[in-house]
Design a protein around this ligand. Structure first.
Ligand code: MN
Length: 132
């Protein structure tokens, strides 16, 4: 079984890169492109881990994290925030909103999957077509 990652990201380049890295390293990826869809679809997707961009259209990643933590199915699922903000305090703000950890953009291809694997070990490798 390959773990299922819910990727909440609105930037197409980041979606492509993150999906590519995860899919080739043993994860299935469900792509969600805005915060509202993330909140509404999470209990149906039932991810093993959530990668959550902070700067999203509609509602931001902090609000998404808080909403996910109120859903019983998502209460204990690891959420890794991804933000381009270099501002001091963002990590604390993400953690206060319920995120488990924090990754800074730009996505580092050498460390991105390792950071995910720290929380959810990969399944067997090989390319599967990511869900959209
Ligand atoms: Mn964004």
């Amino acid at each position: 079984m390959r773990p299922r990652i819910m990727l909440v990201e609105d930037n197409e380049q980041n979606i492509y890169l993150a999906t590519f890295l995860l899919a080739r390293n043993g994860y299935d990826v469900v792509q969600i492109r805005n915060g509202i869809d993330a909140v509404n679809q999470a209990s149906r997707v039932l991810p093993d881990l959530v990668i959550l961009d902070i700067e999203l259209p509609g509602i931001d990643g902090y609000a998404v994290a808080r909403a996910l933590r109120k859903q019983p199915e998502l209460a204990s699922v690891p959420i890794i925030a991804v933000t381009s903000y270099a501002m001091v305090g963002d990590r604390e703000r993400a953690l206060q909103a319920g995120c488990t950890d924090y990754i800074e953009k730009p996505i580092n291809a050498d460390t991105f999957v390792k950071q995910v694997a720290r929380y959810v070990p990969p399944g067997e490798g090989g390319g599967s077509c990511p869900e959209s």
